[in-house]
Design a protein around this ligand. Structure first.
Ligand code: HPA
Length: 286
């Protein structure tokens, strides 16, 4: 794996002059953030050695390099999902490559179903913790100590200081937001009413089919991580209606401008430390 990571990172370094500080993964219907990036280079996944190719509508499949909020970023416009048939290692491979390119913060986004009865379609939810119900884990298999420990601690996956910064920015702009727990399932089926109920009972606020594999790998590499869901449908008794992937894309697209605003301003305000130097951020003026 290390060799593959190096090969891919070397290729990318030869294709762009941008050395990204922050990596951003754009979820279903959330690709609009790209419009805010002052773009230097675009690399289609199909041209990148060892990269998988995304097969899902709403996921363009390219790496975008440029400046956002005054910082060098790389955005994955389109991610890989377990339900596409890729292994956990394959869907998280790009995160390892981005880390190797030098990113010091990973920002993950997704569209999710709300199971908290206080949630509304169109809410933004900052993820404070997760429950992995995917039935798999990207760290299963031989562990390479160079990448991270065999048994990573998971008590603090989502960087608290970045969360505080994001909530401050959302409040400043009068953007409504929730903070909650994201449960990851394999999909591709949406949930039955009983499954939504179960997810609420075990402590989830939202459910989706992504993000957790990337967050686990990020934690494995001690790469600080921030994640946000846009609530595209509700799995709440009495509010459950038939949904399609297009409904998810449409709902996510409506929230996307607010998510983009929070992410852009958060990036502008962050003072990043090298990975491994402790917390993600240097001093914050809170
Ligand atoms: N369930 C699972 N994944 C999802 C949902 C949902 O209701 N909405 C968007 N992604």
């Amino acid at each position: 794996m290390l060799e593959k990571i190096k090969e891919t990172a070397d290729f990318i370094r030869s294709a762009t002059a941008v050395t990204p500080e922050i990596g951003i993964v754009l979820g279903t219907g959330l690709g609009g953030l790209v419009k805010e990036i002052d773009i230097s280079d675009v690399l289609p996944y199909k041209d990148i050695p060892n990269f998988p190719v995304s097969t899902v509508k709403g996921h363009e499949g390219q790496l975008i390099f440029g400046i956002l909020g005054g910082k060098a970023v790389v955005a994955m416009q389109g991610r890989f999902h377990y339900y596409e048939g890729y292994s956990m290692q394959e869907i998280t491979f790009p995160i390892r490559v981005l880390r190797s390119l030098g990113i010091r913060l990973l920002i993950l986004s997704n569209a999710a179903g709300g199971v908290n009865p206080d949630f509304e379609i169109g809410d933004l939810m900052i993820i404070r913790d997760h429950i992995n119900l995917m039935g798999d884990n990207p760290l299963i298999g031989r562990n390479d100590k160079e990448l991270g420990p065999r048994f990573p601690d998971m008590s603090d996956v989502y960087d608290k200081r970045v969360i505080r910064q994001a909530t401050k920015i959302a409040r400043h702009h009068n953007i409504n937001f929730q903070v909650g727990v994201y449960a990851a399932v394999s999909g591709p089926t949406f949930e039955t009413p009983s499954e939504y109920k179960y997810l609420r009972i075990i402590g989830a606020d939202a459910v989706g089919m992504s993000t957790v594999p990337e967050a686990i790998v990020s934690r494995h590499m001690l790469l600080p991580c921030f994640a946000v869901s846009v609530i595209s449908d509700l799995g709440v008794e009495g509010k459950i209606v038939e949904i399609t992937h297009d409904d998810v894309i449409d709902a996510a697209s409506l929230v996307e401008p607010r998510m983009t605003l929070v992410i852009r301003e958060m990036i502008a305000s962050l003072d990043l430390l090298p990975v491994g130097a402790g917390p993600a951020l240097a001093s914050q003026n809170e």
